[in-house]
Design a protein around this ligand. Structure first.
Ligand code: NAD
Length: 497
């Protein structure tokens, strides 16, 4: 177990997926690769387990989910340490990530019954003889396909919603972080040993593809936009519904009445945390002219204090280093200036904090997801120009606004699924708020009430309680009754508003 490999690159050997530490190349652990047959077998086991899991009802599932929540809390250091070894993230960042995962698990467990439980629906006059019932039924088995950048919270979000709704789950973690994924499945089995309610299958993209075609009821995918499109195509073959949580190019707007120092602190955290490998990371800032200079100075001062190897961990995926370097070089070639870091910032496996100004909107550093600790700051005339530039992207995941008087109005105008006002990324930690994007950032929601409903099918049931006074849905209705229906309709809905 002491072999050293290319840092970060997963190795496949004799049917095993060997995961390596992106900083040192040391083995972080190994898991067996699952072939297509093994994926189908896992899904079949999960289907059988789903019958038992659904039978527990909301209360029975809640107790078990909360036991897992408590296990995560008890072993938080162990899990953060594992994420550090496997993904390179600082242990303290791993702790924060588990904290968010615990919040989602706790919320979904405690609120599933209220959000998804059966309820009566008020009867409408035209069908007064029928009672309406609404309930949300689970899909059976949900396949969760995860990325490597937040290997704990990104799968635990959809897993929490799916399990609380009554589904069982087969997780396909990223090939860069399979050991964390397996840890999640193993610890769940410690608190729910009776049936395989949460399993993990492992391998490269083909294993994710096999999961899409394995007979699951729904797929929750988190990863890049390009892969999200492949997942949709695979799911389309059997009309398997999907949630797509994809990439982003989130912007932060600094308005004239913003607390500039707080905005700079948030921009640096939002851009550099997890070495910038954050789907909702801040990659662009649009600051209005009156505060621009002060803001740039404050960002450079704060980001300049961050050190690679401590606050800034390694880039987990080796090929991402080339993308980050290309984006920085393109920004500089197109006339941008580095006020911190720059052309030599990429020193594998690390990238030192880089702040770029005067970067044209045509640069890949502005247009494409960089996924590194880089930030562009662009001077704009006013909030309108900031919103127009922030929205000029195919993505639309999150965003942030710093300001006082107009901040919420600006937040509403951002074309994205989530916005933090006078903070960054805050929405990802709130169990009762939905999380998801628009455009190339995907669709569907995890977390919160919408995230619970995402993992259940709405089912409508009507129960006839009396004889129909105005029978419409029968061949036995008479012309007189049809006339009465028309009269009733005119009475109810015929008046102009
Ligand atoms: P990726 O798309 O390369 O891989 C994601 C997962 O998909 C992996 O498990 C991979 O094995 C699997 N996969 C690859 N090809 C597949 C195929 N053809 N069919 C099915 N599955 C397949 O993404 P990544 O590099 O692991 O993660 C980084 C990306 O994820 C970034 O773009 C980031 O913005 C995004 N992300 C989004 C969110 C969000 O919630 N919106 C959260 C975290 C990361």
């Amino acid at each position: 177990m002491t072999a050293t490999h290319v840092p970060g690159l997963p190795v496949i050997e004799d049917g095993w997926l060997i995961s390596t530490n992106p900083a040192t190349g040391e083995e972080a652990g190994r898991v067996p690769i699952s072939d297509e047959k093994a994926v189908v077998a896992a899904v079949e086991r999960a289907k059988a387990a789903a019958v038992w899991w659904q039978g527990l009802g909301f209360e029975g599932r809640k107790v078990r989910l909360l036991r897992w929540r408590t296990l995560l809390v008890e072993r938080i250091e162990e899990l953060a340490e594992l994420a550090h070894r496997e993904a390179g993230k600082p242990v303290t960042d791993g702790i924060i990530e588990v904290t968010a995962a615990v919040e989602h698990l706790d919320w979904a467990a405690k609120h599933a019954k209220r959000v998804l439980g059966p309820r009566k629906v008020r009867t409408r006059l035209l069908l007064a003889e029928h009672a309406g019932h609404l309930e949300y039924q689970p899909f059976g088995v949900v396949g969760v396909i995860g990325p490597w950048n937040y290997p704990i919270v990104t799968p635990v979000g959809p897993i929490s919603g799916a399990l609380a709704a009554g589904n069982t789950v087969v997780l396909k973690p990223s090939e860069y972080t399979p050991v964390v994924g397996q840890w999640l499945a193993d610890t769940f089995a410690e608190v729910v040993p009776e049936h395989p309610v949460l399993q993990a299958v492992h391998g490269l993209g083909d294993v994710g593809g096999a999961l899409c075609r394995s007979g699951v009821g729904k797929i929750a995918f988190t990863g890049s936009t390009a892969t999200g499109k492949k997942v949709m195509a695979a799911c389309a073959e059997n009309l398997v519904p999907v949630v797509i949580e994809a990439g982003g190019k989130d912007a932060l707007i600094v308005d004239a009445d913003a607390d500039v120092d707080a905005a700079a602190e948030a921009a640096v955290w939002g851009a550099m945390t997890n070495a910038g490998q954050t789907c909702i990371g801040i990659e662009r800032v649009y600051a209005v002219a009156p505060v621009y200079d002060r803001f740039v100075d404050a960002v450079v001062e704060k980001a300049g204090k961050l050190r690679t190897g401590t606050e800034i961990g390694p880039i987990t995926m080796p090929k991402q280093l080339d993308i980050i370097r290309d984006h920085i070089e393109d920004a500089l070639a197109q006339g941008g200036r580095a006020v911190l870091g720059g052309a030599s910032a990429v020193q594998a496996p690390y990238v030192s904090p880089t702040v770029l100004v005067d970067v044209p909107e045509t640069s890949s550093e502005i247009r494409e997801e960089t996924f590194g600790p880089t930030l562009t700051i662009t001077k704009v005339r006013d909030a309108d120009e900031a919103v127009a530039k922030a929205n000029d992207t195919a993505y639309g995941l999150g965003g942030a606004v710093f300001g006082k008087r107009n901040a919420i109005r600006i937040a509403r105008r951002l074309r994205s699924g989530m916005v933090a006002v006078n903070g960054t990324l805050a929405f990802v930690g709130m169990g009762n708020l939905p999380f998801g994007g628009v455009g190339e950032s995907g669709f569907g929601r995890i977390h919160g009430e919408d995230g619970l409903r995402e993992f259940a099918r709405a089912k409508a049931i009507t129960v006839r309680r009396a004889k129909s006074l105005l029978p419409a849905m029968t061949f036995e209705r008479t012309p007189a009754q049809v006339n009465q229906i028309v009269k009733a309709l005119r009475l109810l809905y015929g008046r102009k508003p």
